[in-house]
Ligand binder design. Structure first.
Ligand code: ATP
Length: 336
């Protein structure tokens, strides 16, 4: 666990960048620091690997104050990923990834074999290994940056806006890969972004900062969407937070009507939804494991105003309309 214990940072000649920050970043999880520009996110992040020292207070890793640790040893345990990847321009992709393990004493051969494995993990084939950073797209460079930070197999990763320099479609892909990798690796990750959607998507824990380096609220994405502490947080997470919070609920508790209540629904011989009699198009289907947000979306886009729940065999089990979802949400709120 990484702990900020009443940390203050005042830059000489500047104002207070971080104001009495107390925060815990749980081991093996991703904590995202998010907030408007200049609110002290990067300053906080860099106090973890001692690129910046607190004016007062302590940053602890598993109970040990980082101020008392050997800087080189500390940074070896902490992978660092920055915007634009920060790759060595005159080294090949393979050498960019293999350099740190070689510095740590691995043989050149072993380091290069490991580097190829890491590149593959982040979605880059061996074809990229011989290229130079300038010969890669922004998204590919960012992947190399992640592979390089992972090369020393550090238990902790600090990532400063790692995905912000790429276009939205590439970012989507990097997000998916990040979540897949993190599910496998379970690193303790501290990530900075100014994008609340990214924070909600990638964070197990999200810490929202406000101007002046003050922590406004910390919680799971769901907690922030459902119970924002104040107006600032509510505004920051977005006015559509109710709809977005439906991503965290599955359709398991959502009652469905019998299929006979949807006479417009066409079924094939095996009882699987085949489309709608009027309006055309495929019938939107979901399972109990899908999110309420998806089901809501399906009912809105369906010509019949309904979505169809299917079982593991693909057979129609029942239907719901957006009215049914609204009723379900009201009932759920009343019983909470
Ligand atoms: N070296 C420095 N000297 C003086 N002031 C600084 C220094 N670095 C940052 N600051 C100030 O400290 C405050 C916090 O900066 P920081 O970079 O931590 O914010 P941030 O939330 O990461 O911002 P952004 O999202 O724009 O990167 C800002 O007001 C900034 O101007």
């Amino acid at each position: 666990m990484i702990t900020f214990d009443d940390v203050v940072k005042v830059y000489p000649g500047g104002g207070t960048a971080v104001d009495h920050l107390s925060l815990e970043l749980p081991t093996g999880r991703t904590t995202v620091l998010v907030g408007p520009s200049g609110c002290g996110k990067t300053t906080s992040l860099r106090m973890i690997n001692r690129m910046i020292s607190p004016t007062s207070g302590r940053v602890l890793i598993d109970g040990q104050d980082v101020a008392g640790e050997d800087e080189a040893l500390l940074r070896r345990r902490i992978g660092y990923v920055i915007q634009h990847a920060g790759l060595f321009p005159h080294r090949t992709v393979l050498d960019n990834v293999a350099t740190v393990p070689m510095l740590l004493g691995r043989t050149r051969r072993q380091a290069r074999t490991d580097a190829l494995g890491l590149l593959e993990r982040v979605g880059l084939s061996a074809d990229f290994a011989k290229r130079y950073p300038a010969q890669l797209s922004g998204g590919q460079q960012q992947r190399v940056g992640v592979a390089r930070a992972l090369a020393a197999d550090p238990p902790i990763m600090v990532m400063d806006e790692p995905f912000s320099a790429v276009d939205p479609i590439v970012r989507e892909g990097l997000h998916r890969e990040f979540l897949r990798l993190q599910q496998d690796l379970g690193k303790t990750i501290a990530m900075v972004t100014h994008d609340i959607d990214e924070a909600i998507k990638l964070g197990d824990v999200v810490a929202i900062f406000r101007q002046g380096g003050v922590l406004a609220q910390v919680g799971t994405p769901r907690e922030l969407l459902e119970q924002p502490a104040d107006e600032f947080v509510a505004e920051f997470v977005g006015r559509d937070r109710g709809l977005r919070s439906l991503s965290f609920d599955t359709a398991a508790g959502l009652p469905v009507r019998p299929v006979s209540e949807a006479p417009d629904l066409l079924l094939d011989d095996a009882g699987r939804p085949a489309g709608w009699r009027t309006g055309g198009g495929a019938a939107g289907t979901f399972t109990s494991a899908d999110s309420l947000r998806l089901v809501t979306d399906l009912t809105i886009t369906s010509p019949a105003g309904m979505a169809v729940r299917v079982g593991p065999d693909g057979k129609a089990e029942g239907v719901v309309s957006h009215h049914d979802i609204a009723d379900h949400l009201v009932r759920r709120r009343e019983t909470k």
